[in-house]
Design a protein around this ligand. Structure first.
Ligand code: SAH
Length: 230
């Protein structure tokens, strides 16, 4: 674990944000929480055990941070459900990535999980205020995460290609630019679908550049939107 976390009292947590409560969430994920598939990658479970999710939500919601549910983070956006974060991360880790791109920083929690796994994380967010708050959290935890305020549908071409790409907002179809920024033998995971019905798309790029895809189960994400907001 490459996470150099400064153990300030608020990061350690207490009561409903304590390590014990975090461990209980990990036990639920391992057991197949919320009727979802069990999470078995110990590296991923360890990252969830380590990263203080309560620091990625408003203080008023901190006591709910270790429930397996999405929570509001303002601007009509949500921090994803821990099971979804774990599942998508598990899929990415199968490609043994080093350099990863996330579209939709939001609270910064998913990016922090990837950083805790020792990956070189690049993340793009279209809402400036969410990105500024996420950057403060990365600094507070001593995490070196590269981030950009932009419309992530163009990816981050100057820094590509990426061994793995994770999109955390849903679009009716995969954006071409992102598939192009995927390295050979890379994997992309993205929710695809409309407002009412979405599934997780997993795209593999073979060594010769051939793309193949499979669909995992249903998920619920906020929409991938165009343009930027301050
Ligand atoms: N990964 C986040 C999930 C946040 S919800 C977390 O762990 O908290 C999805 C995020 O995607 C929102 O913050 C939303 O503003 C952002 N988003 C939506 N469309 C986007 C786009 N085109 N480019 C970048 N970010 C986008």
């Amino acid at each position: 674990m490459s996470l150099r976390m400064r153990l300030q009292p608020e990061a350690i947590g207490s009561g409903m944000t304590s390590q014990r409560v975090r461990d209980r969430l990990v036990d639920r994920l391992r057991g197949g929480a919320a009727g979802g598939e069990a999470i078995s990658d110990e590296r991923v479970l360890n990252a969830i055990r380590t990263v203080p999710r309560h620091l990625f939500v408003d203080e008023a919601l901190a006591t709910r941070a270790y429930e397996d549910t999405a929570l509001p983070i303002g601007h009509g956006q949500t921090i994803s459900q821990p099971w979804v974060v774990a599942r998508m991360t598990e899929v990415l880790m199968q490609a043994s990535p080093q350099k990863v791109l996330e579209i939709g920083t939001g609270s910064g929690y998913q990016a922090a999980i990837l950083a805790a796994l020792g990956l070189e994380v690049h993340t793009v967010e279209r809402i400036g205020e969410l990105l500024r708050t996420a950057r403060k959290r990365f600094r507070q935890l001593g995490m070196n995460i590269r981030s950009k305020h932009d419309d992530g549908r163009i990816g981050w071409p100057e820094n590509g290609p990426f061994d793995a790409i994770i999109v955390t907002a849903a679009a009716p179809a995969l954006v071409d630019a992102l598939g192009e920024q995927l390295a050979p033998e890379g994997v992309l995971v993205a929710p695809v679908g409309g407002a009412t019905s979405q599934s997780l798309l997993v795209l593999h790029k073979a060594a010769d550049g051939t793309l193949s895809q499979r669909m995992l189960g249903p998920v619920v994400f906020v929409p991938l939107l165009s343009g930027m907001v301050d």
